[in-house]
Write a protein that binds this ligand. Structure first.
Ligand code: ADP
Ligand code: MG
Length: 372
């Protein structure tokens, strides 16, 4: 009877239920806490990975900026007018879903310029758009689009340089192979982008801006935000490759984006974070989705991940501690010297308590507060 009772007590203590509870309970509380703060976490894995991040790659348009660009300036070349430029621009852009296209359509409406029918519309990702309007081939896009089709942008180069140094995107218009002018389209930064970037830096994360926009515009925006590292003129299909390159250098990378063109990079990164105001494709490809557009929620998400991991470690410690301490006691390690033995009933009580302590510790996470 003596041996059997000890044997049963050891079996009861050895049941690792607290250890089994240690991770999932913390994750569950962490995910719930995230939702309370407007952070939707898909699966616990991303919450566990987020504390290891050391690099954060941010898309520019729609992520750091509001994603509602507007036409700021127009520079028609001699022989054309701003109205004529707008007419051709809106006639091609009305078929596009790009934020720049929306800016053109809005501005045309304000100016009362009605678009004409276009045919053979083609959106060239990372370059611009192309269509036939009034029998003439119209190109509207960046320098790369123009030089790829043999249009010389020299007459507008000065204006374009001025726009991009000011953080605006120059978009060129060519009709029938002849340059007509350039317009500046710019988006405003979100109010809290700068604050979020400062917080990332305090968390020892390297901040990288990645954009399809031209080098000088990207640089101007980065300077405004105090970011050193900029990857510009990245074609949509190359965004994932850039993330891969960072990972190959031993970095744990979070990618933050909103557009269809960010989706492959979101999937490639260790933790993909989509902006809730962006496209469904981006949200589908991400691990974490922010309900709003505020980047400070990412700071909260990373802090939450760190708090959750700390909590899991405490849980595992206590779960191991109970087992390591009580198995020898149940087996009779203290019996010869002190006459102490663990009755199966007491063993069951101790086991229950260890589970309760782990769950209670996990619930402490509920007191987590957004840091910023
Ligand atoms: P981002 O990374 O900023 O979301 P994209 O890859 O969508 O940028 O586009 C990169 C660049 O290609 C833009 O900055 C713009 O110069 C040009 N571009 C792409 N689509 C269009 C369009 N529909 N109209 C005008 N320019 C465009
Ligand atoms: Mg974008």
């Amino acid at each position: 009877t003596f041996a059997l009772l000890n044997f049963i007590a050891v079996l009861i203590i050895a049941c690792p239920c607290a250890m089994g509870l240690a991770t999932p309970t913390s994750i569950m509380v962490g995910v719930g806490k995230g939702a309370e703060n407007g952070i939707l976490i898909r699966g616990g894995e991303s919450l566990e990975t987020a504390h290891k991040l050391d690099t954060i790659v941010l898309d520019k348009t729609g992520t750091l900026t509001k994603g509602r660009p507007s036409v700021k300036e127009m520079e028609p070349l001699p022989g054309t007018s701003a109205e004529e430029m707008m007419f051709f621009a809106v006639s091609v852009e009305k078929g596009s879903e790009h934020p720049l296209a929306e800016a053109v359509v809005r501005r045309a409406e304000e100016l009362g310029v009605a678009p004409s029918d276009s045919s053979a519309f083609e959106a060239i990702p990372g370059h611009g758009v192309k269509a036939v309007v009034d029998g003439k081939e119209v190109l509207f896009g960046n320098e790369r689009l123009m030089s790829g089709r043999g249009v010389d942008i020299a007459p507008c180069a000065l204006a374009a340089e001025r726009y991009s140094t000011g953080g605006m995107t120059p978009v060129f218009l060519a009709v029938g192979g002849r340059l007509m002018g350039v317009m500046a389209i710019a988006d405003t930064l979100k109010e809290h982008s700068r604050e979020a970037i400062e917080a990332f830096r305090r968390m020892n994360l390297e901040v990288v801006i990645m954009t399809g926009d031209n080098k000088r515009t990207a640089r101007a925006v980065a300077d405004e935000l105090g970011v050193e590292r900029v990857l510009s003129e990245v074609l949509p299909q190359d965004k994932a490759a850039e993330v891969k390159k960072l990972q190959a250098g031993g970095k744990k990378v979070a990618m933050v984006g909103d557009g269809i063109n960010d989706a492959p990079a979101l999937a490639q990164s260790d933790v993909g974070i989509a902006i809730g105001t962006g496209t469904d494709v981006a949200m589908e490809a991400s691990d974490i989705t922010l309900i709003g557009g505020d980047l400070r929620a990412i700071v909260t998400a990373i802090a939450l991940s760190r708090a959750t991991i700390r909590n899991i470690r405490q849980n595992l410690f206590w779960a191991f501690f109970y087992n390591a301490l009580l198995i020898p006691v149940a087996a009779g390690a203290l019996y010869p010297a002190f006459g102490v033995l663990l009755d199966p009933m007491l063993a069951a009580g101790a086991m229950g308590l260890s589970s309760v302590s782990v769950v209670s510790n996990a619930l402490r996470l509920k007191r987590f507060r957004a840091a910023i």
